[in-house]
Write a protein that binds this ligand. Structure first.
Ligand code: PLP
Length: 390
């Protein structure tokens, strides 16, 4: 029987990196020792104390039953305690927090709870690709908002056309930013909240990298008065506590949105394993003990990598946070050509900026999620690369 897949599925763009991975595999098959800095999957193991907590939680029979979709009270309370310590903000653990099976699924589901066919969602360009997922599923439309170096990779709100704004429901932003490594200021959040209120746009700040900042702590949009009327923030244990495989995330902020997201999810998943949720709660409550070492390593990695790139003639703005360096090679060329050239000549794989959007063209994203000696070898290879052959 011929199985015809849905139009919806077909409307998802093919993964741009697929062709690259094929090339990488072919190089490996030829015996090449490839270093891949293409994906942001943290190499640092989860802190032993979190693992020990999880092991004891796995042994508890009560945790073997279905969790509830909204998340268990222990984790929701731990999220609120963390916000109180970190930003001095008080959230209602019952009404303003919902636990996610990793923040990605919440991000992908949010458009489904607010967007109708034909509504617009504003998405940064370059972008983390999942913001598009829910928009496609909801039948909504995407309007790309450029993130340009001249604006510190912050959106220029005044340039978003009024006729798009008239039909815009949602705006995803993400700081510290993947892929550019840009940071955000409270002043920008103030302008954004004012603008969003005027234009009746919901703001979703993806704070996946909020704790991987290098100098200035990342503010929360909820430090702005009134932000709770129109915004949510997505959080993730994946980078902060190096728990990417555990799938723990949460959404905080506007209660109507957090509850609506939960209502949708009740029809789709049954929540995260309580043992994982309790381990994430432990991580949040021990944040000040666990996090500095993780942040320190990413900061040192970024400094060493940037030094190597600078000395090799690359152009970039130093990242303010995240696990990424976003840079232009010494020779002006399409991102994909530069990536293929590095793969062939230096056995080094990175992500082409064009894969993150039109405004990513010309850039390369290096992910610093490999151990320090591997990153040092990568830099050695970059230094030795002769671009005159491209
Ligand atoms: C910007 C951004 N947001 C969200 C996520 C998803 O994180 P999680 O592991 O919590 O689903 C990622 C993962 O790479 C990311 O880069």
């Amino acid at each position: 029987m011929h199985i015809e897949l849905s139009e919806k599925l077909k409307s998802f763009k093919p993964f741009l990196f697929e062709e690259l991975y094929r090339k990488e595999k072919a190089e490996r098959t030829r015996g090449k020792d490839i270093i891949s800095l293409a994906v942001g999957d943290p190499d640092i193991p989860t802190d032993k104390s979190i693992v020990a907590c999880a092991v004891s939680e796995v042994r508890k029979g009560a945790n073997h039953r279905y969790p509830n979709t909204k998340g268990n009270e222990n984790l929701r309370r731990a999220v609120c305690e963390w916000h109180k310590r970190r930003h001095g903000l008080v959230f209602d653990h019952d009404k303003e927090v919902s636990i996610l099976v990793g923040s990605k699924e919440g991000i992908a589901h949010l458009p489904l709870v607010v967007m109708n066919r034909g509504d617009y969602c504003l998405i940064p360009d370059p972008t983390y690709p999942t913001y598009r997922t829910g928009v496609v599923l909801s039948g909504g439309r995407v309007h790309d908002v450029p993130l340009e170096e001249k604006n510190d990779f912050l959106p220029d709100l005044g340039k978003i056309p009024q006729k798009i704004l008239g039909r815009t429901k949602l705006f995803f932003i993400n700081y510290p930013n993947n892929p550019t490594g840009a940071g955000v200021t409270l002043d920008f959040f103030r302008d954004l909240v004012k603008w969003a209120r005027k234009n009746e746009v919901i703001v979703a700040q993806d704070a996946a990298y909020c704790e991987i900042y290098f100098d200035e702590p990342t503010p929360s949009i909820f430090q702005v008065n009134g932000a709770r009327d129109l915004a949510v923030e997505f959080y993730s244990a994946s980078k902060t506590y190096c728990m990417a495989g555990w799938r723990a995330g949460w959404v905080v902020g506007n209660g109507k949105l957090a509850c609506a997201l939960n209502q949708l999810k009740e029809n789709i998943d049954s929540g995260q394993f309580n043992a994982v949720q309790n381990a994430a709660a432990f991580a949040l409550r021990n944040h000040e003990k666990i996090l500095p070492a993780v942040r320190g390593r990413f900061k040192a990695r970024a400094a060493a990598f940037c030094k190597g790139l600078r000395e090799s003639g690359w152009h970039f703005v130093e990242p303010k946070g995240s696990c990424f360096v976003w840079a232009r090679p010494p020779v002006k060329c399409p991102s994909l050509d530069a990536v293929c050239y590095m793969l062939e000549k230096a056995s080094l794989l990175a992500a082409p900026g064009s894969g993150f959007g039109r405004f990513g063209e010309g850039f390369i994203r290096f992910s610093l999620t490999e151990p320090e000696p591997v990153l040092a070898t990568a830099i050695k290879r970059i230094r030795a690369l002769d671009w005159s052959g491209l």
